[in-house]
Design a protein around this ligand. Structure first.
Ligand code: 5GP
Ligand code: MG
Length: 180
């Protein structure tokens, strides 16, 4: 185990098993819809690469990059840094996300894609931290990998200061690691 990790919350095996289960559900849901599968960069890349291979139906891959105006925490003020390249109008969109935390990012992404005239927009998040949800966010994810407690997690795409994204599991950082 990486020395900065206090505890492994989700093992590689648990994650892969859950992705397989979600894949069966998503394959059934999207088998005749040629969905546009939109990943929100960059935390999602590891989950995205695994998830997409378990959707056994034709689909189109696309990505968005969003950020907030200020700070590392997602405030309500989000901007599109890089938009999807496909024409969204009339398409069935499936958003893949790493984590549903305060909800600011997903709420923004969801509204953005809906406003482009998508036929449907659904959300699949690997992790959901319901305790962190900001007041007033009513958005729900259609598919959730794991509901987790209110802990800051890293690995499997998730970072702290751009570190730990390549860990194959999701873990909780040791407090000392924040001081580095
Ligand atoms: P939001 O607060 O808008 O729901 O989530 C915004 C972003 O904050 C997520 O996409 C993710 O990049 C980051 N984030 C939220 N919670 C965590 C966490 O526990 N660990 C890490 N590494 N990033 C998080
Ligand atoms: Mg993210």
């Amino acid at each position: 185990m990486e020395r900065d990790i206090k505890e492994i919350l989700l093992t590689e095996e648990q994650i892969q098993n859950r992705i397989e289960e979600l894949g069966k559900i998503l394959t059934e849901e999207y088998k005749d819809k040629n969905p546009l599968v939109v990943g929100v960069l960059k935390g999602v890349v590891v989950f995205y690469a695994d998830m997409i291979r378990h959707i056994k139906a034709p689909c189109q891959l696309d990505f968005m990059w969003i950020s907030s105006y200020a700070g590392t925490n997602s405030s309500g003020n989000m901007v599109v840094r890089q938009d999807v390249s496909a024409d969204v109008k009339g398409r069935h969109v499936l958003i893949l996300e790493d984590i549903f935390d305060t909800g600011n990012s997903l709420n923004f992404t969801y509204q953005h894609l809906l406003s482009k005239g998508a036929a449907s927009v659904k959300i699949c998040t690997l992790l959901d931290k319901p305790e962190r949800r900001k007041e007033g966010i009513t958005l729900q994810c259609d598919y959730v990998g794991f509901t987790i407690p209110n802990e800051f997690v890293v690995g499997y795409g998730l970072d702290f200061n751009e570190k730990y994204r390549n860990l194959p599991y999701v873990g909780i950082l040791k407090p000392e690691a924040y001081q580095k």
